[in-house]
Design a protein around this ligand. Sequence first.
Ligand SMILES: [Zn+2]
Length: 143
Amino acid sequence: MNKLLALGIGVTTYVTGTLILNITATIIGCESKQIYSQESLEETIAEELPNYYHKKNVKLIPIFNKPMDYDVYGTSRKIDERTFEISALNRAAVRHELEHIFDGHMDRGNLKERKGIQKPLGYLLYQLYYEPKASLHALGIRI
Ligand SMILES: [Zn+2]
């Protein structure tokens, strides 16, 4: 998802102009409590989880340090129907990834693993709806 996010910024800019690019820039510039260890990641997820648990029962696997390779603050990945990996470098990124997970943005599978028409459709939906929704949610805005 890290790579997809970077690619998505370009695609989104091309398709819709500045709106979503601005949302992304806001998230990147957002002041948010930093996550500096595996324990800190697990703690932050535990603090945010009560806002989501009523929606769906999933198993989360927190992995600290994973987003470091790319220029993003968080990532999540579906392992099976109930299990998701989640990595984040600050609280806003935790909220962003939890929104992806609990709002069903990966119900049809991880974007980069999709085949055929599901791949471009997935990218489009991701950039025009899922990503802005998760980004706004990270700032505390519900749509
Ligand atoms: Zn995202």
